[in-house]
Design a protein around this ligand. Structure first.
Ligand code: PHB
Ligand code: FE
Length: 327
């Protein structure tokens, strides 16, 4: 599988900036010192390279996520869980009306291989696309080394829960020092007193201590699982690098500090709501929106996902509602 996917990558030799240019179907990608340039049969587009790499990093690490990952208001992907649409202008009212939008569908391994090759090639030694802007140097300039360890970080994905024997383990100073903005977070862990015979089955951990040691931003990781119900907490700072258009309802619980959300129509991008979430606030994002978060200081957010594979179809065909609850 890997060989097939890798051989599907169409890349040039390094150009005058030192970076390879990539072709995926009718789409062409190249970068220079400041920008990513994307072209397709009916148009072209430019994004700042920092924003492009931060979005690309998440699309790769999340295996195209739930539904739509907009890199900005023009470029993005839609996950069909097996294949992926790469689009330009498809969810932009003006491009649609002018009939300038363009979409192509690819087997997931092919687009994944191209995106991963481009991310690794275009990320210089000094840049970490998962880090907050304060905690990384810039991505600018001519090709200068690589940062493969950062762009291929293993994603935390608990099978049951962090701390359960054999599952994801709690974080320590040795691997995950406490973040500068969470120095005041208690590092106490719960005491677990299991009845004899149940020692291997009962576990507890401090989610706040765990999150205070996260070295990445805007990267939900699975810390506990109950059937299709996934708790995906994350630490946030600056701007969510993608504008997420969901194919299902998603719940947010603000665990600390504050995030501002800009909520727009999923298909046209027209504004729908501004949501300010402060510690303790709970919100449900409906299934027909796109959203982007702004976190002025590092904050903790619990994203609660329903990973049931049948959901997008039920919602798209009207058998399940776009919103989470009737009062
Ligand atoms: C989201 O799209 O809901 C999302 C993505 C990444 C985050 C938080 C929320 O870190
Ligand atoms: Fe979302």
């Amino acid at each position: 599988m890997t060989d097939v996917a890798e051989s599907s990558v169409q890349a040039s030799e390094p150009d005058e900036f030192g970076y390879r240019q990539y072709t995926l179907g009718g789409f062409m990608f190249h970068r220079d010192e400041y920008f990513a340039h994307i072209s397709w049969p009916t148009g072209s587009h430019v994004l700042s390279i920092d924003a492009f790499l931060r979005a690309l990093q998440r699309d790769c690490a999340w295996d195209f996520f739930y539904g739509t990952v907009n890199f900005d208001d023009v470029i993005g992907t839609v996950n069909h869980y097996g294949t992926v649409d790469l689009f330009a202008g498809r969810y932009n009212d003006s491009y649609r009306k002018a009939e300038l939008d363009h979409t192509e569908n690819f087997p997931t391994p092919d687009i994944q291989a191209t995106f991963k090759a481009m991310l690794d090639d275009w990320t210089n030694t000094t840049f970490d696309p998962f880090a907050s802007p304060e905690e990384t140097a810039g991505p600018w300039g001519l090709k200068n080394g690589s940062n493969t360890a950062a762009v291929t970080r293993r994603r935390v994905a608990a099978q049951r829960m962090v701390g359960v024997p054999g599952d994801e383990q709690i974080r320590t100073d040795a691997t995950h020092p406490v973040n500068r903005m969470f120095a005041d977070v208690s590092q106490d862990e719960p005491e677990v007193h299991a009845n004899p015979g149940f020692e291997g089955e009962v576990a507890g951990f401090s989610l706040y201590a765990y999150l205070s040691r996260s070295d990445v931003t805007w990267n939900p990781s699975v810390t506990s699982v109950c059937k299709d119900s996934l708790f995906c907490p994350t630490t946030e700072e600056y701007i969510l690098p993608v504008i997420h258009g969901n194919d299902r309802v998603e719940w947010f619980i603000q665990l600390s500090d504050e995030i501002r959300w800009s909520v727009d129509d999923r298909d046209t991008g027209s504004p729908r709501a501004k949501v300010i979430m402060r510690a303790g606030d709970v919100a449900a994002m409906p299934a027909d929106i796109r959203h982007r978060g702004y976190s002025p200081k590092r904050s903790m957010l619990l994203v609660w996902e329903n990973a049931s594979p049948g959901l997008p179809e039920l919602i798209a065909t009207g058998k399940a509602p776009q919103y989470p609850i009737d009062f």
